[in-house]
Design a protein around this ligand. Structure first.
Ligand code: ZN
Length: 522
């Protein structure tokens, strides 16, 4: 792994010839690939899940579960990098992006026109749900196709285990040149996300270079697109690139060209703290803050467009499988609070998922309303280049046959004082507080979760059984990954200053409860 600071001035142009090595962080408890516990049999876990599900009345349409393909045996020797014509893969994750902020999801072509144009030439998965409501846990699920309770990178001090099998590792084994360009320290080398990547570009660690200005801790869509396009131009082909951009994440401070010049808001609220966390905001203040978020989304859309248009002009668009998604959404007082990482409601779990596989011409321009999860991205991308997953995965390929049973979309949150698990099935969302035991049922049929206060006993009981089966199967997966330990974790004061400074800025660390994780107002 070649770790390139955001200000790095060079790129490896040659075929992979350098040693994979950690250039910066080297933690004894983090990268011990030689001490992996035995992996649980994926087939065995699926069988257990099936038996539990059958015993307890699964609710709706699909299996939760692992896709049908077993883990493959040893892969054939990969072609030399740059010597074959397999498609590139671009996985573009926009941090904190609600699905309903995008034109293709809200039926408003004026919003996010670049993503709209891309979506009309791709498959739009209308009902895609993230596996957690904060960055580290959710992105780890995307890259491993495991639920958070299985991979264990759940709380603020948790690292992604070295034993976890990331899609980057699988594609590396099959000859892909791999890169990660990340703007959020939660998805950086320090927390274990460098595994399997030839290049790692952290656009947050250096704050005095030409990309991230000293005043701007968060890299902008322009800066990210510039760096992404440069990497694409110089990377050996085929490549696999993961991008995590961050504009919609608070603070909401979009360039003025993306704000609504016609707004008649005359209040004082801004998109930064302490305003966005105040308890005395008026309806106009809240609408203004939401509009600033939407402007950030449109800015992120612009940045995504810069990358897609670059692929087109470089003749790579038809040679690249592109997936656009998010790690979670954002609450805007639907349930009394703003932010993410505190609940498992529709507004923080419903994320965009738009995939374009150029060779699948009959599917381009279509929409799919099946309930899917972001853990499905890994097996889908691998299948699209003719590969099957090599790890203990829980997702299924969205290019495969549709499942006949579906226990639902699962999510969990173990962050600070919040310890929740949820299952969404059809229009229902059951949220279980694992500390208090309290269970709440929500009806999400109108695109927002509304609590069902009466007559919910039978539905709650059925969904609870699904959730119990999920908790049991993920506990087994976690044990297979970590053995009897809880997984790599650390105290918050062990986080280096560079990561720590931005995590504070983003609200993940504070001396007390952080703005993003502060208990909800009553
Ligand atoms: Zn995030």
């Amino acid at each position: 792994m070649k770790r390139l600071n955001s200000g790095a001035r060079h790129f490896p142009r040659q075929a992979r010839s350098f040693e994979r090595q950690r250039l910066f962080y080297d933690h004894d408890d983090h990268d011990d690939h030689d001490d992996r516990p035995e992996r649980a049999s994926r087939t065995g876990l699926w069988l257990m899940a099936c038996l539990t599900c059958m015993a307890f009345a699964c609710d709706a349409q699909t299996p939760s579960s692992p896709s049908s393909a077993p883990a493959s045996s040893s892969p054939p020797p990969p072609p030399a990098v740059g010597s074959d014509s397999r498609p590139n893969i671009l996985l573009y994750i926009v941090d904190t992006l609600r699905a309903d902020a995008l034109g293709p999801y809200r039926g408003d072509p004026k919003q996010t026109p670049e993503i709209g144009k891309f979506a009309r030439d791709a498959i739009v998965f209308e009902n895609a749900f993230a596996q957690s409501s904060w960055t580290r846990a959710s992105v780890a699920s995307i890259l491993t196709s495991q639920y958070p309770r299985a991979h264990g990178a759940e709380d603020r001090g948790d690292r992604l285990a070295g034993a976890a099998q990331l899609i980057s590792e699988t594609l590396t084994e099959h000859g892909y040149y791999t890169g990660l360009i990340t703007t959020n320290p939660n998805v950086g080398a320090f927390f274990g996300f460098d595994q399997g990547f030839d290049d790692l570009i952290e656009m947050f660690a250096a704050k005095t270079d030409d990309v991230v200005t000293p005043k701007e801790l968060i890299a902008s869509a322009d800066d990210v697109a510039k760096r992404v396009n440069h990497w694409i131009d110089n990377a050996p082909k085929p490549f696999f690139l993961v991008v995590l951009s961050i504009d919609p994440h608070s603070p909401y401070s979009p360039p003025t060209r993306f704000t609504d010049a016609a707004s008649d808001y005359r209040g004082q609220a801004t998109g930064s703290g302490p305003w966005i966390n105040r308890k005395d905001l008026t309806a106009d203040d809240k609408a203004h803050i939401r509009a600033l978020y939407q402007a950030e989304v449109n800015y992120a859309d612009y940045g995504f467009g810069l990358v897609i248009n670059h692929l087109r002009t470089q003749g790579l668009y038809e040679k690249t499988i592109t997936a656009l998604t998010s790690d979670h959404g954002e609450e805007f007082w639907e349930h009394g609070r703003r932010g993410h990482g505190r609940g498992l409601f529709h507004e923080v779990l419903h994320v965009p998922l738009v995939i374009r596989a150029p060779a699948r011409t009959s599917e381009l321009g279509t929409r799919d309303s099946t309930l899917v999860e972001t853990i499905d991205i890994l097996p889908t991308l691998l299948e699209s280049v003719g590969l099957t997953a090599t790890g203990d995965i829980s997702g299924r390929s969205l290019f495969g046959p549709k499942p006949t049973l579906n226990p639902g979309a699962f999510a969990s949150l173990k962050l600070g004082d919040h310890h929740l698990a949820s299952v969404r099935s059809g229009k229902w969302n059951l949220v279980w507080d694992l500390e208090s035991g309290n269970k709440q049922l929500f009806d999400g049929s109108e695109g927002a979760d509304v609590q069902v206060r009466t007559g919910a006993e039978a539905r709650t009981a059925a969904l609870s059984r699904n959730l119990e089966a999920h908790l049991a199967s993920t506990a087994l997966q976690r044990k297979a990954l970590h053995g009897n330990s809880t997984g790599p974790s650390l105290r918050l004061d062990e986080i280096p200053d560079a990561e720590r400074q931005l995590l504070i800025e983003l609200g993940y660390i504070d001396d007390g409860p952080s703005p993003e994780t502060r208990p909800p107002s009553k």
